[in-house]
Design a protein around this ligand. Structure first.
Ligand SMILES: [Zn+2]
Length: 199
């Protein structure tokens, strides 16, 4: 919220807000008074609207919302409601839980909030996340990152270059890194469920 205060100061929004508070419609007594107050409000409202409708403030608000427990829980519940009761099974990567390592959870990154809420509100399956972000879900071979113009790797994109892969054959072998990892985790979770480890 510090950023908000700073920007408010820069745009002199506090002055406009004070003007609005001073000329609140609720306290008017006569007709002329009402008109005067209305004119003052109109004066300030343009600046206020421009400030509060800016894209960055929406982003900041969403970011703040996302950090409140109630909104997080709401997100998980909404996701659950999009499916019929007891039909959604979430496959969640085990990264950060310290499963199978001697570190025992000391190097946990990210957080456990999603896993905890998912377990509370539905069925969730903890899946081994190993190599899911570097494996092609169609053929199981290792993916490559394409190069950018300058010669640096584009790490946000993953492409399968295995000639016999079905995705290469139909020329749709490039995926987003995160969606690819999510697909792999889902596939592996399905494999765990039916007893057929596929990846
Ligand atoms: Zn492939």
């Amino acid at each position: 919220m510090k950023k908000l205060q700073k920007r408010k100061k820069a745009a002199r929004i506090s002055d406009s807000e004070a003007l609005l508070a001073k000329n609140a419609m609720t306290f008017c007594t006569t007709h002329d008074d009402l008109l005067a107050r209305y004119a003052k409000t109109q004066e300030a409202s343009a600046a206020l609207q421009a400030f509060y409708a800016a894209p960055w403030i929406g982003r900041a608000r969403r970011f703040l919302d996302w950090h409140t427990p109630l909104v997080r829980e709401g997100m998980v519940i909404q996701e659950q409601r999009r499916h019929k009761p007891n039909q959604l099974i979430r496959a969640i990567g085990n990264c950060g839980s310290g499963v199978g390592s001697r570190i025992g959870g000391h190097m946990r990154v990210g957080g456990k909030w999603h896993r905890r809420l998912a377990q509370r509100h539905g069925v969730s399956l903890i899946v081994n996340e190993h190599r899911t972000s570097m494996t092609c879900p169609f053929c199981g071979s290792r993916i490559m990152h394409p190069k950018k113009k300058g010669g640096r790797l584009n790490l946000g994109t993953s492409a399968c270059i295995n000639g016999s892969c079905p995705s290469v054959k139909i020329s749709m072998n490039t995926f987003g890194r995160d969606s690819l990892a999510a697909t792999c985790i889902a596939l592996r979770g399905f494999g765990q469920l039916v007893g057929h480890p596929t990846l």
